[in-house]
Design a protein around this ligand. Structure first.
Ligand SMILES: *Cc1c(COP(=O)(O)O)cnc(C)c1O
Length: 428
């Protein structure tokens, strides 16, 4: 079948995520037939360099031979089993390994199957922790310009009008403090202090995306904010939830972004890169103190009764273990340093373009912010389509063009990604 035939079949029945379906009257919907390493291939035989890691999930390339072999091994043994009352070795191994790789106070793991669910779990646990201790603290604090997912709780702590405004009437009430990505660090911390001191005894936690607010136009801030926020959370006796769903697993240069702030959050949420872009899986790491607040006789009513059908799926856990094997065996973070520097050097040239406002980078995430488009103009779609014609798949967020390539990109592939994009922006 051809691209066009499949697109027509698709559009008869399928409602796609994050899309105005009418846009597909003029935009291509691309059926992908296969993928290998850094490239996607469609049904007409066109190849596209996957510069955004298939929505920030892929780490070691498509059809990675090692991960494929581990999946095949696991399928022969056990594909899935209920995770209440039963367990399996891939989950146990994964939990132990992640506990070893994260700060010492994080000793317990709760599994789920997607990022938003991990956020819901952290929020629910944080609220219930205080409830179990006889306090009701209904408020969560998050940063302006934040994104934590799109289920109702995760949406409520997000500050993304585009996804959220329409549901405002039915979302739980949350508080926002100024983001250090849009204000000075000092101003952001001062605002956080004000929000916390105005709501003493009502706030249970603060939730942040460490270092990069990815869906929020790839806005970035320094690790020092996180270090100081940790102190502030301790001062007010509230939890710190680190949403590392996008930034975890090496995207900012370190395995987890919080390492750069030298702190330990009370909850650490991970997903996306956790399975190298293969399987839906997420998990939340937290402390023994939190775990113990739920540990009691069943009749005391303090249990945490959250569950999903595919919680801790066996194949997904086996894949996550394979991802950790690759980090261990192939010196990934160290090898990325050279690629990070290469991206930095090669994107310097964007700064001289008249349309470019800022070039920013944290590790393997690089964003080029363009001047605001004229009202009604969707220049981002023009950039997307022009790049696609050249075999480059990028997906600008409004007026911000960004790169978040898988770590398997060679220097030649990085250069092609940057140079093609440069020529397109230059010609705007
Ligand atoms: C993607 C994302 C989520 C939500 O994860 P899903 O798997 O899409 O539900 C939450 N937080 C951040 C920072 C994300 O980037």
């Amino acid at each position: 079948m051809t691209n066009n035939e499949l697109m027509k079949e698709d559009l008869k029945h399928i409602f796609h995520p994050c899309s105005q379906m009418k846009d597909y009257e003029t935009l291509p919907l691309i059926p992908i037939k296969r993928a290998k390493a850094s490239y996607l291939e469609d049904f007409d035989g066109n190849k596209y360099l996957d510069c955004i890691s298939s929505w920030w999930v892929n780490l070691f390339g498509h059809a990675n031979p090692y991960i494929n072999s581990k999946i095949n091994e696991q399928i022969e043994e056990l594909e899935h089993v209920i995770f209440a009352g039963f367990t399996h070795k891939p989950a146990i191994d994964l939990a132990k390994r992640l506990i070893d790789l994260t700060p010492e106070p994080l000793q317990k793991v709760f599994f789920a199957d997607n990022g938003s669910s991990a956020i819901e779990i952290a929020l629910k646990m944080s609220f219930q922790y205080f409830k179990n201790k006889g306090e009701s603290r209904p408020l969560f604090v998050s940063l302006t310009n934040s994104y934590h997912g799109e289920t109702m709780g995760a949406l409520a702590v997000s500050d993304s009008g585009l996804y959220k405004d329409i549901y405002e009437d039915i979302l739980i009430k949350t508080l926002h403090a100024k983001s250090p990505s849009m204000h000075s660090e000092e101003e952001a911390l001062e605002d956080m202090r004000k929000v916390l001191s105005d709501n003493v005894g009502k706030v249970n936690s603060v939730v942040i995306e460490p270092l990069v607010q990815c869906a929020g136009s790839m806005r970035m801030y320094d690790a020092t904010y996180i270090t100081k926020l940790r102190v502030l959370c301790d001062e007010f006796g509230v939890f710190l939830i680190a949403d590392e769903i996008a930034v975890g697993f090496g995207r900012t240069g370190t395995l987890f972004a919080i390492e750069q702030a030298n702190i330990c959050p009370d909850f650490l949420c991970t997903s996306k890169g956790l399975t190298g872009g293969y399987m839906p899986l997420s998990l939340v790491l937290f402390t023994d103190d939190i775990y113990n607040a739920f540990y009691c006789d069943y009749n005391e009513g303090k249990s945490f009764l959250d569950s999903h059908s595919y919680t801790g799926n066996t194949i997904a856990c086996a894949v996550a273990n394979a991802v950790l094997d690759i980090f261990e065996n192939e010196n990934v973070l160290e090898n990325n340093l050279e690629k990070i520097k290469f991206i930095k050097d090669e994107t310097e040239k964007f700064k001289s373009l008249k349309e470019v406002v800022e070039v920013r980078q944290r590790g393997m995430i690089c964003a080029i912010e363009l001047k605001e488009f004229e009202l009604g103009k969707r220049v981002n779609l023009d950039i997307f389509q022009a790049a696609l014609k050249e075999g480059i798949y990028i997906r600008p967020l409004g007026n911000v063009v960004y790169f978040m390539p898988p770590y398997c990109f060679t220097k030649e592939e990085l250069k092609k990604m940057i140079d093609v994009t440069y020529e397109i922006i230059k010609a705007l």
